[in-house]
Design a protein around this ligand. Structure first.
Ligand SMILES: Nc1ncnc2c1ncn2[C@@H]1O[C@H](COP(=O)(O)OP(=O)(O)OP(=O)(O)O)[C@@H](O)[C@H]1O
Ligand SMILES: [Mg+2]
Length: 322
């Protein structure tokens, strides 16, 4: 079946009608240099000199980065590299010590998160933020005003107005698309980890974002649901949205990303298409630290396995008693 047929569901095009041509956007990446901070032909986000310190620790120190419109970009890097902090800053959930950044050419410094969302830049969270004591459909409705949990009461009050039905219809179409329609009236707290990830992604679409930012969409998701999530992420791109996602699952990164940006210790250390980035020695070093070349030798591996088996059999204790 052609991809278009699977992705045109629910009339979910980006809100301002500026649907990007994802094939052209991807082809345009062929011209881009494989180096940190490289200029993109059609950037949707541009950030300069963004620094975020926590006490003496510099979590983010990004000199320059551009995110190409209409493609899937993966932001990878070891634990503590600053990926989530950078997401927080870009989306107005955190304030940096310095820097400027823009979305569609509009400066975002000082713009609060709910306004960033209304402008068309919506993110999900590494630890899902579904509201457990609200029903699934109510979580969806809240997405219509912007970020989850933002201006919660006013969002609910507005919902009692005339737009109610329209918003509910949209929520139901998205729940159907994400195969959550049967869970519509369940408490979000009763969903599995993977279903919560799906709900967060579906809720993000309530705001008709042009840019969807996903922080570890695969974490804690079982393999069957992973396939479904992968399909959903690709469909976001294929319907003209831009996707920026953080992920540790390298199979996923290789499978779906058009471009990869690597962060280590707060800075951008590499950029390029997935295959070239993942073959880059400095990336392997940054990602796996100094241990990547210390694969266990067969002897050591056998020793460890023997010790583990012995412990299971209780022989270790017998030895100790002697
Ligand atoms: N609120 C905070 N207060 C103090 N330090 C923080 C805070 N948030 C993040 N950090 C520190 O900033 C650094 C970057 O953290 P961040 O969560 O952005 O990393 P990450 O790349 O998302 O890691 P992971 O892959 O584990 O999610 C880490 O050293 C972290 O401990
Ligand atoms: Mg993180």
């Amino acid at each position: 079946m052609p991809a278009e047929q699977t992705t045109a569901a629910a009339g979910d095009t980006p809100g301002n009608g500026s649907r990007a041509d994802s094939t052209a956007a991807r082809e345009a990446l062929n011209q881009v240099d494989h180096r940190p901070g490289s200029a993109k032909p059609d950037p949707i986000v541009v950030a300069d000199n963004v620094t975020r310190q926590f006490g003496g620790l510099t979590a983010v120190d990004v000199e320059h980065v551009e995110i190409q419109r209409g493609v899937i970009t993966a932001l990878i890097g070891p634990n503590g590299a600053g990926k989530t902090t950078f997401f927080n800053v870009l989306t107005g959930f955190d304030k940096p010590q310095s820097g400027t950044w823009s979305f569609n050419g509009r400066p975002l410094s000082g713009v609060p998160a709910y306004q960033v969302a209304r402008m068309g830049m919506v993110r999900t969270f590494q630890l899902t933020k579904v509201l457990a004591k609200l029903h699934v459909v109510e979580n969806m409705r809240l997405g219509a005003t912007g970020q989850s949990g933002e201006r919660f009461l006013s969002a609910l009050l507005q919902r009692w107005g005339g737009q109610e039905r329209q918003i509910t219809d949209k929520a139901d179409k998205l729940l159907e698309r994400f195969l959550l329609d049967k869970k519509r009236n369940d408490f979000a707290g009763s969903l599995s980890g993977g279903q919560r990830k799906l709900l967060e992604m579906a809720r993000a679409l309530m705001a008709d974002p042009e840019l969807v930012m996903l922080d570890e969409p695969m974490a804690g998701v079982n393999p069957a649901l992973k396939q479904s999530l992968l399909g959903h992420v690709k469909s976001l791109r294929d319907e003209g949205r831009t996707v920026l996602f953080v992920e540790h699952d390298m199979d996923m990164v290789r499978d779906i990303s058009d471009w990869v940006i690597v962060m280590a210790q707060g800075t951008i250390v590499a950029e390029g298409p997935p295959d070239s980035v993942m073959a880059n020695k400095s990336v392997i070093d940054a990602y796996l630290g100094s241990h990547h070349d210390q694969d266990l030798s067969e002897d050591v591996e056998e020793e460890i396995i023997a010790a583990a088996e012995a412990e299971i059999a209780g022989t270790t204790k017998t030895e100790e008693r002697k």
